[in-house]
Ligand binder design. Structure first.
Ligand SMILES: [Zn+2]
Length: 229
């Protein structure tokens, strides 16, 4: 596992990319990474991900405990609060012991699909089918509440990327950059599907090709090396 120092820098880099690419606005979105010793490193509440500093990130227990309701440690004298979406991040780590990072953002096209009541689960692009498989949509939950954690509880066990109804998406990965790239790929897919819809009808991949792509994914493993179409 990388040092906490490097992981802090990696979260800052992912925050910068999310903001620069318009996948979050203002103080939206949050990032976390798993640390040794049942702890996670998370972004602070009400912070702009494009302007994060490594020392602003907060270490919290990976599961809430009555003995330590407050952050384990902060490198700054002022008291920063962890992101209000911490329950959703914790849920992902509980359900997926093998993952190392979680990214939640509000990509505009992904979010527009859920506002319109449309799904991105249909197989359309081969590279997305290989990397992410079908991407489901979790039911609406009031942001910043425990309902958000409950909404992803089942789906996150078998999916690395989930749309959140009216609330962007969440992706998980081996590290922050891995989770970020899945989110970036998903928003790109949403842009392609939107453009295709404007041009005409959506043509999904045939079932036999989806099965072939699933075999390719299995050869690479869920988190292993993937072919680069
Ligand atoms: Zn959010």
């Amino acid at each position: 596992m990388k040092s906490e120092f490097l992981l802090r820098r990696e979260i800052v880099e992912v925050g910068r990319r999310l903001y620069a690419r318009g996948l979050v606005a203002a103080t939206d979105g949050n990032i976390s990474v798993r640390l040794r010793g049942d702890r996670i490193l998370v972004t602070p509440a009400e912070s702009c991900l494009g302007e994060l500093r490594p020392e602003e990130l907060i270490v919290v227990p990976s599961q809430p405990t009555p003995l330590s309701p407050r952050p384990v440690s902060s490198l700054l004298p002022q008291r920063l609060r962890p992101t209000s979406e911490l329950p959703m991040h914790r849920q992902a780590y509980i359900q997926r012991p093998e993952i190392g990072a979680v990214v939640h953002a509000h990509p505009p096209i992904i979010t527009a699909f859920t506002v319109a009541g449309l799904s991105l689960a249909a197989p359309v692009l081969p590279e997305v089918a290989i990397a992410l498989g079908p991407v489901p949509t979790a039911p609406y939950a009031t942001p910043s509440t425990d309902a958000g954690a409950r909404a992803i509880e089942e789906l996150i066990r078998t999916h690395d990327a989930i749309l959140l109804d009216r609330h962007g998406a969440i992706t998980v990965g081996t590290n922050p950059l891995d989770a970020y790239r899945k989110l970036e790929k998903l928003e790109h897919c949403a842009q392609v599907v939107l453009a295709a819809h404007q041009l005409g009808r959506i043509q999904t991949l045939p079932p036999d090709e989806v099965a072939r792509l699933q075999e390719l994914k299995n050869v690479g493993g869920a988190h292993g090396p993937l072919p680069r179409p």
